[in-house]
Design a protein around this ligand. Structure first.
Ligand SMILES: NC(=O)C1=CN([C@@H]2O[C@H](COP(=O)(O)OP(=O)(O)OC[C@H]3O[C@@H](n4cnc5c(N)ncnc54)[C@H](OP(=O)(O)O)[C@@H]3O)[C@@H](O)[C@H]2O)C=CC1
Ligand SMILES: CC(C)CCC[C@@H](C)[C@H]1CC=C2C3=C(CC[C@@]21C)[C@@]1(C)CC[C@H](O)C(C)(C)[C@@H]1CC3
Length: 352
């Protein structure tokens, strides 16, 4: 958080960057979906064809999306769900700044940190439910379509479905952990997260399954076993690092983290400097990127398209890590610099 009274740093290139992304992101997703359906599946270059306008509009598709959102909203409001404490702000309250000089930038990044109607939290709802669950539903539909088309799903399609179902299932199983992510703590709920949660995740993250439906990839058991091992290593690092930090944040005296070495900070919060967080400053990102590689490998190496997610995700996490570094430097000052000296690498040991 920028100190009170200072000019908050404009991110994503400020209004110009935000305006460019408002156009570029939907266009990129549209291009990817067209390329995935084309024979050449050539990621770089013009879209293979532009559909007629009537192909782009279906009242049934709109009804299906609204029904899906309504179903998820109804499930979200079920009284049985557990209520978890969110993250407190430093002075126990929430400061609000009327910022009206850059509407496009506000629209893109969002200004409301926790948009709610009664207990319905739009950002929290969108982060984990309609997009993420929709993602694995699309994958399943593509797997079933391949079974119809070729008699049975390919091993590559099974792997992609399985890996990504594990990832979404893990996110829902550790639902409470999302409360400590940057999106919930720091980012407003604007176009970036709304479009990201509801469109980008379900339709771009299912690219590998979409590619495999139109471009079957033979995959032998030995290579499939290696890819499963890569995904397992990635998941082990991802889950281990996230759970270690979240456990430490909830209870530093928890026996699972009590013996870890830490650095004290002026805020009273301590920073882990051993365990996963002594290897690099964002070990969870490393595990996530290794899994992203495992999701692309079943599609073979003949096309760049299935590796779009890995390329995009690397850029997203490198940018996200830089944003988080700035926030942590503002939060912890000298203690964070001491942490950086102790743990010099950001995401990949001895590389970055
Ligand atoms: N699939 C996808 O599209 C995406 C997935 N992700 C995944 O989401 C997960 C969460 O990532 P993200 O939301 O970026 O945030 P992180 O989970 O990486 O949390 C960053 C925060 O953790 C705390 N922290 C950092 N270092 C330490 C330390 N050494 N000791 C104790 N606390 C520390 C700081 O907050 P504080 O000190 O205030 O607690 C920091 O701001 C990651 O696994 C990432 O891979 C993220 C983005 C997109
Ligand atoms: C559209 C722009 C290019 C960028 C949009 C980024 C969003 C798609 C991501 C920002 C942070 C995310 C997280 C997850 C999904 C993608 C978005 C919304 C996450 C819910 C995936 C599952 C993980 O287990 C998680 C840790 C809960 C993730 C939290 C961050």
């Amino acid at each position: 958080m920028a100190p009170q009274g200072s000019q908050a740093e404009l991110e994503f290139g400020g209004p110009l960057g935000a305006a460019a992304l408002l156009l570029l992101l939907p266009a990129t997703m549209f291009h990817l979906l067209l390329v995935a359906r084309s024979g050449p599946a050539r990621l770089l270059g013009p879209p293979p064809y532009l559909p007629e306008l009537e192909e782009l509009w279906s009242p049934w598709a709109l009804l299906l999306c609204l029904t899906w959102l309504g179903l998820q909203a109804a499930l979200y409001l079920l009284p049985a769900r557990k209520v978890a404490e969110g993250q407190e702000l430093k002075d126990k309250s929430r400061l609000r700044y009327p910022i009206n000089g850059n509407p496009i930038y506000d629209f893109f990044l969002g200004r409301e940190l926790n948009p709610r109607i009664c207990s319905f939290d739009f950002k929290y709802f969108c982060e984990l439910r309609p997009g993420l669950i929709g993602w694995v539903l699309i994958n399943l539909a593509l797997l079933m379509q391949e079974a119809e088309l070729r008699g049975s799903p390919s091993l590559a399609m099974w792997l992609v479905n399985g890996f990504q179902l594990l990832y979404v299932g893990d996110a829902l199983w550790h639902e409470e952990a999302v409360l400590t992510t940057m999106d919930i703590i720091h980012d407003g709920f604007g176009f970036m997260l709304a479009f990201g949660d509801l469109a980008w995740v379900p339709f771009t993250y299912s690219l590998q399954a979409q590619f495999l439906l139109y471009h079957p990839e033979p995959l032998g058991l030995p290579l499939a076993s290696v890819i499963c091992l890569i995904n397992a290593v990635g998941y082990y690092i991802f889950r281990g690092a996230n759970s270690q930090k979240n456990t430490f944040r909830k209870n530093p005296s928890d026996p699972r983290v009590a013996d870890l070495e830490t650095i004290s900070t002026a805020t009273g919060r301590r920073l882990l400097v051993s365990g996963w967080w002594g290897m690099v400053r964002h070990p969870n990102y490393l595990g996530d990127l290794i899994m992203a590689l495992a999701w692309s490998l079943p599609c073979g190496v003949s096309h760049l398209l299935p590796y779009f997610y890995l390329l995009y995700f690397t850029a997203l996490l490198v940018h996200r890590e830089a944003r988080d570094e700035q926030q942590c430097l503002q939060k912890y000052g000298l203690a964070w610099r001491a942490y950086c000296r102790r743990v010099p690498y950001r995401i990949v040991p001895y590389i970055y």
